[in-house]
Write a protein that binds this ligand. Structure first.
Ligand SMILES: [Zn+2]
Length: 347
């Protein structure tokens, strides 16, 4: 009898360790008790049997209670955004490790902050757009050869008369919308000044420097008497703030349909400052061709309803992954989308 009482407390304590509480009723100790019945004095057998049944009933009550608790907690929706300590179910499912903001998102917040201090508002891009915004509004008429240079992902339309949508290959896809949205600023003698840091997509062959999904920051500035010197000064100031040091910049003529004149913008290597012939960031050249920019083409302004004889502006588009890779000497762009915790935990 004493043995049965002791076993009851042992088994009750064991229930909490089981994933399925009901398994406690199959505990080998209970079988062993039943096996003892034939060895007992016949007068004791009845009482002993009743005691075992009593034990089973006590266990059954606790099991039923546990089962209803489990059922109840399963019906409460799991809020994966709740802090770990608030959600009582999470610690069982996950190790108590908190995530962090992705390194590119952390850096984008810094870019927005720097441009914010320079008077630029931040806008979001989109992950699917029409061809008007991706091309036409940027002075790439249909059939323009420069359209092919982007290796754009496009949707497949069921109806061949419908135009395919594109996954934006550059954040310039937002330029026409920004010009229209902030056009009223010009009437108040205030500039249009916006940046768009967001995702872009190209059908690239992947290697250490190319990803199909990457980030760009677009900048647009329009007012009266805007000139190329203001463009170069803005970019230089931005890059010096981001890298926290004085930098040399260099511009070379280039071609884009949506800017005239267009430039390729290079900066002195922020990593070695041109002093290391075997620098992995600049390849020992001391200069890095970083981004494309230029004065907004008059036709692009016209398409947004802005008079190019009164207003001028500049635009630039810069790869964010590249900026961040140079800052931290990250050797492979694919790390960003790899979900490798060893990499992500460093930030
Ligand atoms: Zn270098």
């Amino acid at each position: 009898m004493e043995e049965i009482a002791q076993l009851e407390s042992t088994l009750l304590a064991r229930i909490d360790e089981l994933e399925t509480p009901r398994d406690i009723l199959k505990a080998p100790e209970i079988k062993q008790l039943y096996a003892k019945i034939p060895t007992l004095d016949p007068a004791q057998r009845g009482v002993f049997g009743q005691k075992i049944n009593g034990l089973k009933q006590a266990l059954e009550r606790v099991v039923a209670e546990k089962e209803s608790q489990i059922e109840e907690s399963a019906s409460v929706p799991l809020d994966v955004t709740a802090p770990l300590h608030i959600n009582s179910k999470l610690p069982k499912l996950l190790s108590a490790e908190q995530g962090t903001v992705h390194p590119l998102r952390q850096e984008i917040a810094k870019l927005i902050e720097i441009f914010g201090r320079m008077g630029f508002v931040a806008e979001e891009s989109r992950e699917l757009d029409d061809q008007y915004h991706m091309f036409e509004s940027l002075n790439f008429p249909a059939g323009h050869p420069a359209r092919d240079e982007y290796d754009t992902f496009m949707t497949v339309q069921k109806d061949t008369n419908e135009e395919a949508f594109v996954a934006p290959a550059h954040t310039s896809t937002m330029q026409n919308r920004i010009l229209k949205k902030y056009k009223e600023n010009l009437d108040k003698d205030e500039p249009i000044a916006a940046v768009v840091p967001d995702r872009t997509f190209r059908n690239e062959d992947l290697d250490a420097r190319h990803e199909h999904t990457f980030y760009q920051i677009e900048g647009v500035y329009v007012a009266k008497n805007v000139h190329a010197g203001m463009l170069i000064a803005t970019l230089q100031k931005f890059l010096e703030e981001y890298y926290g040091k004085k930098l040399e910049v260099r511009v070379n003529p280039f071609y884009f349909p949506f800017t005239e004149p267009s430039f390729e913008f290079a900066l002195s290597c922020p990593f070695c400052e041109g002093t290391n012939p075997s620098c992995k960031v600049c390849g020992g050249e001391g200069w890095i061709e970083l981004l494309g920019c230029g004065m907004i083409h008059p036709r692009v302004l016209q398409m947004a309803g802005i008079d190019p004889s009164v207003y001028t502006g500049f635009a630039f588009g810069c790869g964010i992954d590249r900026l961040v890779m140079m800052k931290y000497a990250i050797e492979d762009v694919r790390h960003f989308e790899s979900a490798k915790l060893d990499f992500l935990k460093q930030f």
